[in-house]
Design a protein around this ligand. Structure first.
Ligand SMILES: *Cc1c(COP(=O)(O)O)cnc(C)c1O
Length: 389
């Protein structure tokens, strides 16, 4: 049969995949929903990738890098940081279980526990992040399946005694999950302290440019990793090869960026401490700040987050401070190259055990701008704020 195939057939099958053209620094961006398998036996083999939703080369390169960074047995990718933490929780609980969650958890995670987990018969109890492992152990009941931590906590940056809590939970057969977005896999290693699952919003520091969403859940042991894998498979978790490539690209410069963010943040924190309009600075890497001792014991670096309490009490004064900022943008995120500021008090209203603060709380993300320029911006806004009473 020498008949020449028609154009329509040839364009469908002309793939040109006999080896890569050249070896680049990053992985090839492999796009595909269909995965072609070499033979019939491979179609039945569920150990390998049989469908593109499971991820192709860029996703595999990214999960390998994340496993290396966090010391994990396996890493599982989700479309956002929130999807990663909610899926990790879903993966590990069943109807009738109870989850103990630190009260300083990222607010959308709390919303998921209160509204969605509840519908499936899973109860959430919040605990004061200041509780010792011993006091937390006293809260455990036969129904307690999981403890969810976040350190430092969202906005208020409370530290928790993660190693002691992980050891206590392990001894009682309770699993632990931590939101490790603050440490970015670099400054804190939860799995080495015995935590079962470390979750990161890669959207923040790993991406580093405020333009891609993704989350990852990393397991310390294969048994828990298999549950995370089931959750990703059953829920249909999938991230695009282009986005995975961008996250891998962000990882390459993570250490250099974080070092700069942290150095500037500590300088801003120390400077804020000396300003007459500031009642308190909360920044665990700053000597004298609440949480510093535990931070110094468990963490190896400071990121760009600094929260501080204003002496001015009125909401108008806080708004005046925020409106006067020029370099700090107003936005609910962090981890990118740019400086940001947000007021925290409306989110703190959801807290069951709010920290005692002398006034309104503002959170800064200190970006990669020149730190002296950032100080000028803050100084001017503090003056405007003092004028507003
Ligand atoms: C931003 C954030 C998340 C959620 O990440 P998204 O990618 O925005 O869904 C989760 N945890 C913490 C601590 C965060 O700051």
């Amino acid at each position: 049969m020498n008949r020449k195939q028609s154009d329509a057939t040839r364009v469908v099958h002309a793939a040109g995949q006999d080896g890569l053209v050249g070896r680049t620094v990053g992985p090839p961006i492999q796009r595909g929903s269909t995965v072609l398998l070499p033979n019939a036996a491979a179609l039945h083999d569920t150990r390998g990738v049989t469908y593109g939703r499971q991820g192709l080369q860029p996703q595999a390169s990214l999960t390998a890098a994340l496993c290396d960074l966090e010391g994990a047995e396996s890493a599982h990718l989700f479309s956002s940081g929130l999807a990663a933490i909610t899926s990790a929780i879903l993966a590990l609980v069943k109807a009738g279980d109870e989850v103990l969650v630190t009260d300083c958890i990222y607010y959308p995670t709390r919303r998921f526990c209160d509204l969605t987990l509840k519908r499936f018969g899973v109860t959430t109890r919040y605990f004061d992040p200041a509780l010792s492992a011993e006091d937390l152990a006293a809260l455990i009941t036969p129904q307690t399946r999981l403890i969810v931590l976040e350190a430092p906590g969202s906005l208020t940056l409370e530290m928790q005694d993660v190693p002691a809590i992980a050891a206590m939970a392990q001894a009682r057969g309770v699993l632990t999950v931590i939101d490790n977005t603050w440490g970015a896999g670099l400054y804190f290693k939860p799995l080495s302290h015995g935590v079962d699952v470390s979750v990161q919003a890669l959207t923040k520091y790993v991406c580093g440019h405020s333009d891609v969403f993704m989350g990852a859940a990393m397991a310390r042991e294969a048994k828990v990793g298999a549950k995370l894998n089931d959750a990703a498979l059953h829920l249909g978790a999938s991230v695009s090869p282009d986005d995975a490539y961008q996250m891998l690209r962000g990882l390459r410069t993570l250490a250099a960026r974080l070092e700069h963010h942290g150095r500037s943040a500590l300088e801003i924190a120390a400077w804020l401490n000396d300003q007459p309009g500031v009642a308190e600075v909360i920044c665990p890497g700053l000597p004298g700040s609440r949480g510093h001792e535990v931070w110094r014991r468990d963490f190896t670096g400071q990121n760009g987050l600094v929260s501080f309490v204003l002496k001015s009490q009125s909401k108008a004064a806080v708004d005046c401070f925020l409106d006067d900022l020029r370099l700090f943008g107003l936005g609910f995120s962090w981890g990118g190259f740019e400086s940001l500021a947000i007021p925290c008090d409306s989110q703190l209203r959801h807290r069951r055990y709010p920290p005692k603060l002398a006034g309104p709380l503002v959170r800064l993300h200190v970006g990669l701008e020149d730190v002296e320029d950032l100080k000028v911006d803050l100084a001017e806004a503090l003056v405007a704020c003092a004028g507003a009473g």
